[in-house]
Ligand binder design. Sequence first.
Ligand code: SF4
Ligand code: SF4
Ligand code: FES
Length: 261
Amino acid sequence: MAEEKKLKTLATGDKTIPPEGAKMIPIYIMGREYMVPETLTIMKAVEYAGYSYVRGCGCRGGICGACGTFYRFIGDYRLRSGLACQTVAEPNMVIMQLPFFPANRPGYDLEKMQGAPHEELRRLYPEVFKCVGCGTCTRTCPMDIDVMDYIALMKRGDLKGAAIKSFDCVMCGLCASRCPAQISQFTAAMFVRRVYGKYILPKAAHVKKRVEEVRSGKYEKMLDELMSMKQEDVKKLYVEREREPDLAESGKWMPKETKNL
Ligand code: SF4
Ligand code: SF4
Ligand code: FES
């Protein structure tokens, strides 16, 4: 209780207005103590404490990976990680965001690969093959991706497996920041997904056909008509458009109006 009295409310931000009577909790941002309402995400708590984001914040929806964050609870040795826009602030959290990490990002041209995909991976990211299997990356990942496993798949040459396993990566860089082998797992995985998409995944015939139609000018007339319409009419057209039902069977639904397909 004595400790609670000592805590001063330092919040000055105006982006979150807590409900009346909201319970205030102490958190520590870059080592300094702030009182913030409970139930806020770390990101909102940081803003409530008076900070403005100029970096380390993007989508606010767990997609862009800009808000990777490390934190510890006072009295707990364990270093934890999460996305600031998704993780709820808790009492006595000591927070530090990692808005950028200097990962290995070698340049490459997918059109001019010098060897087989697995050999290119070895040339561009030789450190991948030095993984010591500690599992720190997997424990750090806020997306619950088995990072160590996709690195193991890369080492074995299973690039399809590595591409699929790393698909949910939001490129926050937290895994790379903790790796004792200095591997930039997420940029290596991006390379693997690109290679997979370009050289391994079967080509979609319908996409190829549509690209050819676009290039042949099939949609120019329709686009010209849209461009000449009043903004209000375009809005109406958009609002009244035929929409695919949420539960439509994949590949089966077709709109009634097909003249522009
Ligand atoms: S794999 Fe690495 S970069 Fe990707 S989401 Fe997980 S921790 Fe972030
Ligand atoms: S943190 Fe690095 S060394 Fe450890 S399992 Fe992950 S990739 Fe391998
Ligand atoms: S702000 Fe985009 S993932 Fe958090």
